[in-house]
Design a protein around this ligand. Structure first.
Ligand SMILES: NC(=O)c1ccc[n+]([C@@H]2O[C@H](COP(=O)([O-])OP(=O)(O)OC[C@H]3O[C@@H](n4cnc5c(N)ncnc54)[C@H](O)[C@@H]3O)[C@@H](O)[C@H]2O)c1
Length: 404
């Protein structure tokens, strides 16, 4: 196949900006048959050190402090937006108005409402989008979807999911931009719960109603200046600032009438202050004929139980293997593990396929709005103390449909 070059611009050179860049660089080595050759054109960051890193280490031809230089660059066709949440809407709208394709990190807006504002601009501009919902690209999840779609679990009855991280489990864990409403919007709701909601939407179906609650455990933390270190930092001494959003969120939720799990109920929880789990991201999906479990801390495994009767009812632990989605693009044989960064390469493959007009399971701006609206509903439910309906959204184009 003839090479297809695509010019890449990046906004923000933090954890995710670096990971997007590594993905662009590595992607052709995992998917050579697609003939797609990303070219790293220009990166923006307000921190000079990170601009230099973008050129010297990541290989961008240019760097700038102004993200509009990235969007307006004539050689840039796709823009990765990896900035703190408060910039997503304004940068995303600028990308849409420039008619370029957008790969943007989650949560897209500081709320579902803000995400919907960008969604409207994206629809108007007709650009291709992809969202940083990397966990849906896990080969074990790809296989889980096949099992659910084939009806092997029977009718989906209930589920539970949790995303428990410990990045702020210390009282002196840094007060990064993630803890300030102006910069992040919600706390663990946008940061981790959004991922979990997307995975439930992707495997079971869209959540239509939530009865939720939130809690902030640590009221202040030591201040971390923007663009220095990461949110995993622990700082002894120094000035402290107020935590403005929630450390924990939980909800009882219902799946609406569309999707393969129509009518199922479940619980979803997220925490950034759990002691013990490091980045434990669990989903358990139960049906009338079987169930499955997956945990990101053991992302190369799927636990599967099929059948109700007989001596061997129980879980089978299946290591990721060549039957699991894109696994064989990364490892030649089961037992050799894939890692987190590989999920971003698969996400990029889906984005690139969508950009070149090919069939793709890329997440898109509608997925981001759907997840954001559920997080908003949990927040509203905490305030009202009652069940809250999630406004109807376009949902995901990749949602599994119930068999007729
Ligand atoms: N998909 C995932 O699993 C995942 C994981 C981590 C973070 N994220 C998301 O990625 C986004 C970035 O998070 P991160 O952890 O990489 O953040 P980070 O704090 O590591 O980096 C943010 C960068 O933005 C830069 N910046 C600030 N203002 C800017 C501006 N005006 N113009 C350009 N750059 C600017 C900072 O200097 C810094 O380099 C967030 O939305 C976050 O929720 C997603």
């Amino acid at each position: 196949m003839k090479d297809r070059e695509v010019g890449v611009g990046l906004v923000s050179v933090g954890w995710m900006g670096i990971l997007h860049s590594r993905s662009y660089a590595n992607f052709p080595k995992f998917y050579p048959e697609l003939g797609i050759k990303p070219k790293l054109i220009i990166a923006a960051d307000t921190t000079l050190e990170r601009q230099e890193y973008a050129k010297d280490v990541l290989g961008y031809a240019q760097a700038t402090s102004d993200y509009m230089d990235v969007i307006n660059h004539p050689d840039v066709q796709v823009v990765s937006v990896c900035s703190p949440n408060y910039l997503h809407r304004e940068i995303g709208i600028a990308v849409a108005r420039a008619g370029k394709a957008l790969w943007i990190e989650k949560p897209v807006g500081r709320s579902g409402v803000e995400t919907a504002e960008l969604e409207a601009e994206v629809v108007k501009a007709g650009i291709v989008t992809s969202i940083g919902f990397n966990y849906r690209c896990t080969p074990a999840i790809q296989y889980a979807r096949e099992i659910i779609a084939a009806g092997d679990l029977g009718e989906i009855t209930h589920f539970r999911g949790s995303f428990f991280a410990d990045y702020s489990a210390e009282a002196n864990s840094a007060l990064s931009w993630r803890f300030k409403k102006e910069f992040a919007g919600s706390g663990v709701l946008g940061d981790l719960m959004g991922h979990l909601v997307d995975l439930i939407h992707y495997t079971v179906g869209p959540i239509s109603e939530a009865n939720g609650f939130t809690k902030t455990v640590y009221k202040d933390r030591p201040i971390l200046p923007m663009g220095s270190a990461t949110h995993f930092a622990v700082i002894e001494g120094g000035e402290r600032g107020a935590v403005e959003n929630e450390d924990y969120a939980g909800a009882l939720v219902k799946i609406g009438e569309s999707g393969i799990g129509a009518g199922a109920i479940g619980t979803i929880e997220a925490s950034r202050i759990s002691v013990g789990p490091r980045s434990a991201y669990n989903i358990e999906i139960y049906g009338t004929k079987g169930s499955l479990k997956w945990d990101f801390e053991r992302m190369n495994e799927l636990e599967l139980s099929l059948g109700r009767n007989g001596a061997n009812v129980g879980y089978q632990r299946i290591m990721a293997n060549s039957y699991f989605g894109d696994f064989s693009k990364f490892q030649p044989g089961s037992g050799t593990s894939m890692g987190y960064d590989d999920l971003k390469v698969i996400e990029l493959k889906r984005f690139m396929q969508a950009y070149f007009g090919e069939a793709s399971e890329n997440s898109n701006i509608h997925d981001a709005t759907s997840a954001g609206r559920v997080c908003d509903a949990i927040e509203q439910s905490q305030a009202s103390g009652s069940w809250t309906k999630v406004p109807a959204t376009k949902g995901t184009t990749a949602a599994l449909k119930a068999k007729k």
